[in-house]
Write a protein that binds this ligand. Structure first.
Ligand SMILES: *Cc1c(COP(=O)(O)O)cnc(C)c1O
Length: 407
C-alpha cells in the first residue's frame, strides 16, 4: 500500500531556470519565411539584415555573422594578426571559450587576474606586466622576457555583461602597440563610458548562444570599423574562397557561416533588444534592493562609467567557503530554482595547465564564494521574490563558513 502523499510542496512549484531564451516576437514568421522561400542555408536576406542590426547596435561600420561566439573570437584574433606562438592577455575569470579561441588561433593565453570590485580584468596587473616583463625586440615586436614570445593582443572580456575598464585597457594596449579584441559575447547592449561594448577594440565579438541576451540557437558576430579587417574576416569564415565562380582558395579558411534560418531568429530577437535590456535592468535592480541590507550578500558593484546589460546576476557570499556557496546552489535546486557557480578560473583549468598567470587570488576567491541567480527575461516578479526568499532562508541556515579554498 502506498503511503499518502507527503511529498513536500516544493515539488509542485514551477521550475525557475537560470537564463533561457524568450521567443515571442517575429521569430516564427521569419523562420517560416526562410522555409517557404527555400533560403535555409548560408545565403539569404536575413543574414545581411541581422549583420546590419548588429552593426547599428554596436555602433560599428561592419559586422560579419558566424556560427558561434567562439568562432567569432577565433577569426577576430586571426585577422587582428594573432598567429602561431603569439601570446594573448585574457582574464582568468571567464568562460573557457575565450581561451579556446586563443588556442584555435595557434596562440598562447596569458591569464590575468580580475580586480575585486567589478570582477573584470585588472588593468594594474597588465600595466605592470607590459612595463616590467616585456621588451621591444629588434623587429619592433613586443616580447615577453620570460617566454620569449611575441605579445600580440589584449582580449578583455566583459564578464557577466558588466564592462571591463576599456578606457584604461585600450590606452595600455595603444601605448605598447598591441591589438585589442573585445570578447563582448556576454555584453550586447552594454556601454563603457558611453561607448558600446564591442566597438572599442580593433574588433569585438558577440555570442547568440541560448543563454545569452539574444539567441539564434547558436551563433556569433564580429564587429569592427575597419573595412579591410571585416573583408578578411568574411573571407576566412567562408573557406577563404577567392576564385569567383571557381573553387579557388588562397589560404586555409573555415566554414563558420551563420545560416539564414539562424539569422532570421536573430532579426526577430534584435527587434526585442530594448525590451530585454529594460527587463534585465529591472531584474538586477530588484535583486540589488532586496539584498542591499543583507550582510551576507555582496551585490555586484557598478562603476560610474559602466552601463551594464545585466546579463547574469551574480552575487558573492561574504566570507563563504566553497562548500557554503555550493550548499546555496543545492538548496535552491531542491526548491526548483536553478543557480550556478562561476567558472573555474582558467589558471586552475587542467586544459591550460602551466599557462603563465598574473596574480589569480582574486579570481580564486570569486570562484569560491559566488553564485549566479536566475536572470531570464522571462523571470516574473513573483518568481524573483521566490528566489530572493529562498536565498535568504538558505543562507540563514548555513551561515558564513570557514575560509577554505576551492578544491
Ligand atoms: C558564451 C561565451 C563565449 C562563446 O560563445 P559561444 O557562442 O557559446 O561559442 C565566449 N566567451 C564568453 C565569455 C562567453 O560567455
Amino acid at each position: 500500500m502506498s503511503a499518502p502523499s507527503d511529498a513536500p510542496e516544493v515539488a509542485q512549484v514551477p521550475f525557475i531556470p537560470l537564463s533561457v531564451p524568450h521567443l515571442s516576437g517575429n521569430e516564427w514568421e521569419y523562420v517560416k519565411d526562410c522555409l517557404d522561400t527555400n533560403w535555409v542555408s548560408s545565403a539569404g536576406t536575413y543574414v545581411g539584415r541581422f549583420e546590419a542590426m548588429l552593426a547599428e547596435t554596436a555602433g560599428t561600420r561592419h559586422a560579419v555573422a558566424v556560427q558561434s561566439g567562439t568562432a567569432a573570437l577565433h577569426v577576430a584574433l586571426a585577422v587582428a594578426g594573432v598567429g602561431r606562438d603569439d601570446e594573448v592577455l585574457i582574464p582568468s575569470l571567464t568562460f573557457v571559450a575565450s581561451a579556446n579561441a586563443v588556442a584555435h588561433a595557434g596562440a598562447v593565453p596569458v591569464f590575468v587576474d580580475c580586480e575585486p570590485v567589478y570582477r573584470q580584468m585588472d588593468p594594474d596587473l597588465i600595466a605592470a606586466f607590459l612595463a616590467d616583463n616585456c621588451e621591444r625586440a629588434a623587429d619592433g615586436s613586443l616580447r615577453n622576457r620570460r617566454s620569449g614570445r611575441r605579445v600580440a593582443a589584449l582580449m578583455p572580456v566583459h564578464v557577466f555583461g558588466d564592462p571591463a575598464d576599456m578606457d584604461r585597457l585600450a590606452a595600455l594596449a595603444a601605448e605598447h602597440g598591441i591589438a585589442v579584441v573585445e570578447d563582448a559575447t556576454e555584453a550586447l547592449g552594454t556601454r563603457c563610458s558611453g561607448r558600446p561594448a564591442g566597438s572599442i577594440g580593433l574588433l569585438g565579438c558577440f555570442s547568440f548562444n541560448g543563454n545569452k541576451l539574444i539567441t539564434t540557437g547558436g551563433g556569433g558576430m564580429i564587429v569592427t570599423d575597419d573595412e579591410a579587417l571585416a573583408k578578411r574576416a568574411r573571407h576566412l569564415t567562408t573557406q577563404a574562397r577567392s576564385g569567383g565562380a571557381e573553387y579557388v582558395h588562397d589560404e586555409v579558411g573555415y566554414n563558420y557561416r551563420l545560416t539564414n534560418i539562424q539569422a532570421a531568429l536573430g532579426c526577430a530577437q534584435m527587434e526585442r533588444l530594448a525590451h530585454y535590456l529594460a527587463t534585465k535592468k529591472r531584474i538586477a535592480e530588484h535583486y540589488d534592493a532586496a539584498f542591499a541590507d543583507d550582510p551576507r550578500i555582496a551585490v555586484p558593484a557598478r562603476a560610474s562609467w559602466a552601463d551594464s546589460n545585466h546579463w547574469l546576476y551574480t552575487v558573492r557570499l561574504r566570507g563563504a567557503d566553497f562548500e557554503t556557496s555550493r550548499a546555496l546552489i543545492r538548496g535552491l535546486a531542491e526548491r526548483r530554482i536553478e543557480a550556478r557557480p562561476v567558472w573555474q578560473p582558467l589558471h586552475q583549468s587542467p586544459a591550460y595547465n602551466g599557462a603563465e598567470t598574473l596574480g589569480g587570488a582574486v579570481a580564486d576567491e570569486i570562484y569560491t564564494d559566488s553564485v549566479s541567480l536566475p536572470s531570464s527575461v522571462t523571470l516574473e516578479p513573483a518568481d524573483q521574490n521566490r528566489v530572493i526568499d529562498a536565498v535568504r532562508s538558505i543562507t540563514d541556515g548555513i551561515g558564513p563558513g570557514r575560509r577554505t579554498a576551492a578544491p
